[in-house]
Design a protein around this ligand. Structure first.
Ligand code: CA
Length: 433
């Protein structure tokens, strides 16, 4: 097993096998740069680049790591991603003296993760959200339509998805205001306006498109992997009461567009390769443009924690796994582009809520509480059906290797009370008088 001269605990998410990319700035030096996480540190790639370590890859000196987003590096393509990763991994090995014994360079290149601020890692062009977990789709279908009509007839034939909103994707740690909007409570025959009363999280994994395709040229299932740069955790916040009133016939709109939180470290696809597993058996067999073979899923443990404002520490409320997903990312990409739709560098794709076969593996409150019928009991005596103001939701995920973990870190977000609105522009009117 390879080891780094940087000490990394077996439970750490960031051993030498992982090396996820992030955009950071120091608390004193506000210029954003790109780094990789290693143990408790971040390794500044802009510094390594300026010392010529990436000259052999053809990107040396082009300042792709002195950037506020990963996009310029993502645009360089799979061959360069692989070379850069292999150079960094080599430099960090315990038996390679180049960086290990150069204390001047080490002092410049390593920062403690405590002394940095992590930013949104990618300039996100478009955001697409799938609905790829059969357990999730069947649970939601059962709640709303009954067991007989749990899955819509199309679901087993194609990866259902919708085009989401990229502008409101935020990095972990960003507070979210409770959204307000139009809902129609069951007991009322007219819609009302107000703060959402059914705010939910969705446990998802996201992936970034590194290299897109030309308009009119679909990506095949076979080539799809080559377009994927890396993965993050996604909390796709959802206002269920707004959703159930607005969604017919075009799908979710305002119920999903107010915020989507992602984790700051982008785990390279290459780091996940040793954790490939077979996905669920697909029956009926998909149409030929969606047919895949081999290991198309990953064994990624996923957990959700909730911390109310009265709790000292977070409590785990869900425990799922990426491997339950029915539709693979290869199928999602092939389906997305089969019309000729062009993906672009920086597009975020998300899997949809990842639920498993057991109650504890349900990936959102709608399922966990069965739309309110089974409230969650918190250890401090509180109950939850939906998220309340002041609640913080924390998601984490990792692959378990032999003595090491390939981790995603975490995505966290806290819900603030709704912002006071000036709906009738009273401030403006009084000003103009
Ligand atoms: Ca979603």
């Amino acid at each position: 097993m390879i080891r780094s001269f940087i000490e990394v605990e077996p439970e750490s998410h960031f051993p030498i096998h992982n090396l996820p990319y992030g955009v950071f700035r120091d608390k004193e030096n506000k210029e954003p740069r790109i780094g990789v996480a290693i143990g408790e540190f971040v390794l500044d790639l802009a510094v390594l680049d300026e010392h010529g370590f990436f000259d052999s890859t053809g990107i040396g000196g082009k300042r792709v790591f002195r950037q506020a987003s990963l996009n310029p590096f993502m645009q360089t393509g799979k061959k360069v991603w692989k070379e850069v990763r292999s150079i960094i991994q080599h430099l960090l090995k315990e038996d390679v003296p180049t960086l290990r014994d150069n204390w001047d360079l080490r002092n410049q290149a390593f920062k403690s993760q405590k002394d940095i601020e992590l930013m949104l890692p990618v300039e996100i062009k478009s955001y697409t959200d799938f609905y790829a977990s059969k357990e999730h789709a069947a649970n939601v279908g059962t709640i709303f339509r009954g067991k007989e009509k749990a899955l819509m007839p199309n679901w087993i034939h194609l990866p259902v998805g919708y085009h989401g909103r990229a502008s409101s994707v935020v990095v972990s740690g960003t507070d979210i205001y409770r959204p307000q909007g139009q809902t129609k409570p069951l007991e009322s025959d007219q819609p009302i306006f107000g703060p959402s009363k059914q705010l939910d999280f969705e446990l998802e994994v996201g992936y970034f498109i590194g290299i897109g395709n030309e308009l009119g040229s679909p990506i095949s299932v076979k080539d799809a992997r080559d377009h994927v740069f890396g993965f993050v955790l996604v909390n796709d916040w959802s206002a269920r009461d707004i959703q159930s009133w607005e969604y017919q016939p075009l799908g979710p709109f305002l119920s999903k567009n107010f915020a989507t939180s992602i984790s700051p470290w982008v785990v390279p696809l290459e780091a996940l390769e040793p954790f490939r597993v077979k996905g669920p058996i697909q029956d009926p067999e998909p149409l030929s443009y969606l047919k895949v073979e081999g290991l198309n899923s990953f064994d990624i443990h996923l957990e959700v924690f909730l911390k109310s404002k009265n709790m000292e520490k977070p409590q785990r409320i869900s425990k799922s796994n990426y491997k339950y997903l029915y539709w693979s990312i290869e199928q999602q990409i092939a389906h997305h582009t089969i019309t000729g739709c062009n993906l672009q560098t920086g597009d975020l794709m998300a899997t949809g809520t990842i639920s498993g076969p057991t109650k504890e593996s349900r990936g959102c409150l709608l399922e966990l509480t069965w739309r309110g019928k089974e409230p969650i009991q918190l250890d401090n005596g509180e109950q939850r059906i939906w998220i309340e103001d002041g609640d913080e939701v924390i998601m984490t995920g990792w692959c378990q290797g032999d003595g090491y973990r390939i981790g995603f870190g975490e995505v966290r977000g806290r819900i603030l009370p709704p912002k006071e609105l000036d709906l009738h522009n009273k401030k403006h009117l009084s000003f103009s008088k």
